[in-house]
Design a protein around this ligand. Structure first.
Ligand code: GLV
Length: 320
């Protein structure tokens, strides 16, 4: 019987079929540490990793029975995919259940920063009747008729484009490859260079994977190319943005605001970001609903079962 090691604590609903078929080890009430996984991994055929669990060269070399890494995420920057594939391993991810919730959070942050929702809520709670209210106060940015620039037009970028289009936004995008014209027409999206996107967009949303090429895709130079009224949204991976440069840009009015669900240095933002009213911060909650958690677990399980039984499609990661 194949042995499956899950590194994270998770609702079991999505794992029922997996547990019926194989011997599955879960941590209880917490995640396994890297050291614990290191000690157990030589006996296991499958590693089910979370997006922040490092599956590095050392672990791969040490995992002498390993055949499959089934990641709980669409992103897989935590895995040395090139090394894994070179060593005959298969790597899978969970794109389908992640797409809509992540696009929804991106749109939510866009609305929140533009219309100052969290800021107003916070001021009402902290200032009460001392909060300045009235028709000339708390003016926000319009959304309808404005231009959204999407960097990374994969599944999530496209899902965001459809939502933003429904809100009456113009969509421009930049991507490794231009989409087919039929798809551009359907999405009502115009392909532009990164420079043109930064210059034209009222809102810039990052929806690209983290790779060596996309690290700091938004740094000091790019922030300077954006409009002073622009709002940056990042729901992808923190290191796409040079967070120190972003703090400076916000301090100096280089851009207007930001909505961030991910941070450059782990689970928490730079403390300076907490000082800005025009910044909305959420702690990587893009897929944080009960339903999505379970659907992602089901996708992880399907990838393991499909890999061994060949009875269903799997979502294999093809390139680093
Ligand atoms: C979440 O961050 C994911 O990559 O699915």
């Amino acid at each position: 019987m194949y042995k499956v090691l899950v590194t994270y604590d998770m609702f079991r609903e999505g794992f029922t079929e997996l547990e019926e078929k194989y011997e599955v080890t879960f941590p209880e009430g917490r995640d396994f540490t890297y050291e614990e996984v290191w000690n157990m991994i030589p006996e296991y055929d499958v590693l089910c990793s979370m997006f922040d669990f490092p599956v590095n060269k050392e672990l791969i070399d040490h995992a002498t029975n390993l055949k499959l890494v089934s990641n709980y995420a669409v992103g897989y920057n935590n895995i040395d995919v090139a090394y894994a594939v070179q060593h005959g391993l298969t790597v899978t991810n969970t794109p389908a259940p992640v797409t809509a919730p992540t696009a929804n959070i991106a749109l939510g942050l866009l609305f929140d920063v533009a219309r100052r929702i969290t800021e107003c809520d916070r001021k009402l709670r902290t200032l009460g009747r001392d909060m300045k209210v009235g028709v000339l106060e708390n003016l926000g940015m319009p959304i309808t008729g404005k231009t959204l620039g999407i960097i990374g037009m994969g599944r999530i970028g496209k899902a965001l484009a459809r939502r933003a289009s429904a809100c009456g936004m113009e969509i421009i995008y930049h991507n490794r490859h231009q989409l087919y014209i039929e798809e551009e027409t359907k999405l009502n999206a115009e392909y532009v260079s990164k420079e043109e996107l930064l210059a034209r967009a009222d809102f810039v949303s990052l929806n690209a994977p983290l790779t060596p090429e996309t690290r700091h895709i938004i740094g000091e130079a790019e922030l300077k190319m954006m409009k002073p009224s622009a709002i940056l949204i990042n729901t992808a991976r923190g290191p796409l943005v040079d967070e120190h440069a972003l703090v400076d840009a916000l301090k100096n009015g280089v851009i207007h605001g930001a909505g961030l669900d991910v941070f450059e240095f782990g689970d928490y933002p730079l403390p300076e970001l907490l000082e800005f009213d025009n910044v909305v911060l959420t702690p990587h909650i893009g897929t944080q609903t009960l339903e999505t958690r379970i659907e992602m677990a089901r996708a992880v399980s399907n990838n393991v079962i499909g890999f061994f039984e060949g009875d269903r499609p799997i979502t294999r990661v093809l390139r680093p």
